[in-house]
Ligand binder design. Structure first.
Ligand SMILES: [Cu+2]
Length: 155
C-alpha cells in the first residue's frame, strides 16, 4: 500500500513538473517571437523632436501589431509614416498601428516608417542611449535601448 501511494505521489509530481515546464517554454517562445534589431535615434536637443528607428523581426507564424511606443525621453511619442504629395513634396503623419506579417521584417528608417519623439526632455548627443518600450498586441512589451547616432549622410 505504501509503495502504491508513493508511486502515485511520484507520478503526480512528474505530471505537475511537466505542466510547469510547458508553461515556461510557452512564455519564452512568446518573448522570442519578436526581435528588435538595428535600433538608433537621431541626434537632437532638448525641446526639439527626433525619431527612433529599428527593424522588427517577427519569427512567429502569426502576424503581430505594433500599436504603441513609450519612453521617458520625450513628452509625446507617435508612430509615423512618410507619404508623398502629388507635387513631389514629402510629409509625415501619425498612424495608429503597424502590422508585422508572419515570418517578416518591417523596417523603420528615415523617410519611411519611424517613431516620432516630440518635445525631448533632454539633449540627445552622440553615444547617448534612449530606453523605450514597444507594445505589441500578441507579444506584449519589448524593451529596447537605442544608441544616439547622426543621420547617415548617404541615404
Ligand atoms: Cu514623424
Amino acid at each position: 500500500m505504501k509503495s502504491i501511494l508513493s508511486i502515485l505521489f511520484l507520478s503526480l509530481l512528474i505530471i505537475s513538473c511537466g505542466k510547469k515546464d510547458e508553461t515556461a517554454n510557452n512564455t519564452i517562445q512568446t518573448q522570442q517571437q519578436i526581435e528588435i534589431i538595428n535600433t538608433w535615434v537621431r541626434v537632437s536637443a532638448q525641446n526639439m523632436n527626433t525619431a527612433l528607428f529599428f527593424e522588427v523581426k517577427n519569427k512567429s507564424l502569426n502576424p503581430d501589431t505594433l500599436y504603441k511606443v513609450t519612453s521617458d525621453a520625450a513628452e509625446i511619442i507617435e508612430i509615423h509614416e512618410t507619404f508623398h504629395h502629388e507635387n513631389g513634396m514629402m510629409g509625415m503623419r501619425g498612424i495608429e498601428f503597424v502590422e508585422v506579417p508572419a515570418k517578416a521584417t518591417v523596417i523603420f528608417k528615415p523617410r519611411d516608417l519611424h517613431v516620432m519623439f516630440i518635445n525631448l526632455n533632454n539633449d540627445l548627443m552622440l553615444g547617448d542611449s534612449v530606453q523605450a518600450e514597444l507594445l505589441f498586441r500578441k507579444s506584449g512589451s519589448v524593451k529596447i535601448s537605442a544608441e544616439v547616432k547622426e543621420m547617415m549622410k548617404r541615404e
